[in-house]
Design a protein around this ligand. Structure first.
Ligand SMILES: [Zn+2]
Length: 389
């Protein structure tokens, strides 16, 4: 039983609360604190991530009955989960939620696509020097917030000052639980020459990030790609059918943002480059696309986030007549539809599933047999008991 775990502050990372627990109870080893938190010994694997700790269900079970924290609240309110899953489908979001709750062989960073992403996460834990001072005065201590850790967030929305790197390098393999105190948060405020250029853009970005972190949202499969095409069509940046006028689109996108802002956002755009990221981003439906770039794209398209998540009917690409032979969906899209269907009918066997969507069932069995067999439950054969007796 874990009797004196501290109450989490608003937007505090769970990692930060563990660090405060470790310090308050003068526990000197990492292993000691993990034994308390998860009730485990050394040979058990714990996800030690700062962003996405695992086995949070086990932690919640160890709290006394009067602790009012739920696993749901912990994951949505105190890990980076809501930001990184915001543009994913229900199926994927739920899979990741369960992995954080119950533990998983794979790191959650891998599941949300961080190592493969062009958008690198900050190397150090970040903080606002003014929030830090205020915390000391009000609370007697400070803590690590989630917002400064989001890639692309530059300024504290309360104090309008640049976030600073602390001395806590979260890429170190053997990272300890470190509190936000004067040993590691000692960067002075600096004059910010670029403020005028970036502040307005950053303000919108931060507001959108906060919105994503406060709303429990997810998108239907394939929805956002069609949504993007519809908005681009309204801006006359696609043909009637929905083919993107690529050069015009890239020029408009580049013109919308100052070049050095895009560089800061790890998203510089070159019009000549064959594989310019907005080009791949708009076209590719299967790949994991970073939330940061979704937000840049939506800001360019002047879309309010709430509007996007109202999930109104979308058109996307229109089919040309006589093009019936071209497959409408890619393999990845079909797979995603199938996973949705499986999630909606968790108890159905193959026969029943084939009745629900025979076209999709048949297509996947022909074209993606190995994958299909892996994810689809087998028909349960009922044995004739007489033979066994
Ligand atoms: Zn601040």
């Amino acid at each position: 039983m874990l009797n004196n775990f501290p109450t989490l502050y608003p937007d505090e990372l769970f990692y930060s609360a563990i660090a405060r627990y470790k310090q308050a109870n003068a526990i000197d080893s990492k292993l000691g604190v993990e034994r308390d938190i998860y009730g485990i010994e050394r040979h058990h694997k714990v996800g030690k991530s700062v962003y996405f700790p695992q086995r949070l269900g086990t932690f919640i079970d160890r709290l006394p009955f009067y602790a009012k924290l739920s696993v749901d609240e912990l994951i949505w309110g105190h890990t980076m989960f809501p930001f990184y899953t915001a543009f994913m489908t229900d199926v994927k979001t739920n899979t990741i939620f369960d992995a954080i709750k119950s533990g998983n062989q794979m790191s959650i960073e891998n599941m949300v696509g961080i190592p493969m992403s062009k958008i690198k996460t900050p190397k150090f834990l970040r903080y606002c020097p003014c929030c830090y001072e205020e915390d000391l005065n009000k609370l007697g201590e400070s803590y690590w917030r989630r917002l400064p850790q989001v890639p692309g967030v530059l300024y504290c929305p309360t104090h309008k000052v640049l976030y600073k790197n602390s001395a806590v390098d979260i890429t170190t393999a053997n990272l300890d639980y470190v509190c936000a105190d004067s040993d590691v948060c000692n960067e002075a405020l600096t004059n910010d020459e670029n403020a005028a250029t970036y502040k307005a853009l950053d303000k919108i970005y931060v507001r959108n990030v906060q919105w994503l972190m406060q709303n429990r949202i997810s998108l239907p499969p394939n929805y956002i790609s069609s949504f993007y095409i519809d908005r681009l069509r309204e801006m006359e940046l696609t043909s009637y059918v929905g083919n993107i006028k690529m050069t015009e689109f890239l020029e408009a996108f580049q013109g919308h943002y100052p070049t050095n802002y895009l560089e800061l956002m790890q998203s510089a755009v070159s019009i000549d480059e064959r594989n310019s990221w907005p080009k791949l981003f708009i076209r590719n439906t299967a790949k994991n696309r970073s939330a940061l770039r979704h937000l840049l794209m939506l800001q360019f398209l002047k879309v309010q986030l709430a509007k996007l998540f109202e999930i109104e009917p979308v058109i996307g690409k229109r089919q040309r007549k006589k093009s019936n032979r071209v497959p409408i969906y890619s393999s990845e899209e079909r797979k995603e539809q199938w996973l949705m269907l499986l999630a909606e009918h968790p108890n159905a066997n193959r026969k029943e599933l084939s009745k629900i969507n025979n076209g999709l069932f048949a297509w996947l069995r022909i074209h993606e047999r190995e994958w299909f067999d892996k994810v689809t439950p087998k028909n349960i054969k009922t044995r004739n008991l007489k033979w066994n007796l």
